[in-house]
Design a protein around this ligand. Structure first.
Ligand SMILES: [Zn+2]
Ligand SMILES: [Zn+2]
Length: 123
């Protein structure tokens, strides 16, 4: 008798969105909530999950926050909660993607080029 055991990391996105005015980038965005966890599988059937952590991502600038687990659990249960700033701890500050657009050929880039990489026109 042998056991097929596996430990994998999982991620689940909740069906939860909250419209915000972001205090990182100042733009309009949404909070999306997701959970990461570790799963122990036996014969490819998940039998045990632990290490659940809840995170929030802002859609405007992709800033990642760690969410208070109590609030995360309520969202996981489908409760209608309002995420407060005090529930969040910033993990990774995102930035708003800035596009530069070439006046000459219309090429757009997220990089901070001085000249258009396509036609050489000065931005
Ligand atoms: Zn933002
Ligand atoms: Zn160009």
């Amino acid at each position: 008798m042998f056991f097929m055991m596996g430990i994998t990391d999982g991620q689940k996105r909740f069906d939860f969105v909250q419209t915000i005015i972001c205090n990182v980038c100042g733009g309009y965005g949404r909070y999306e909530v997701f959970m990461t966890y570790t799963v122990l599988s036996l014969f490819f059937i998940p039998v045990f999950r632990w290490g659940k952590r809840y995170y929030v991502k802002s859609t405007c600038c992709n800033t990642i926050y760690e969410l208070d687990p109590e609030v995360g659990k309520r969202i996981a249960r489908g409760e209608n909660v309002q995420i407060q700033e005090s529930d969040l701890r910033m993990c990774n500050q995102g930035r708003r993607t800035m596009y530069k657009r070439c006046q000459n050929c219309g090429f757009t880039t997220e990089e901070n080029f001085d000249f258009c990489p396509k036609c050489g026109n000065r931005f």
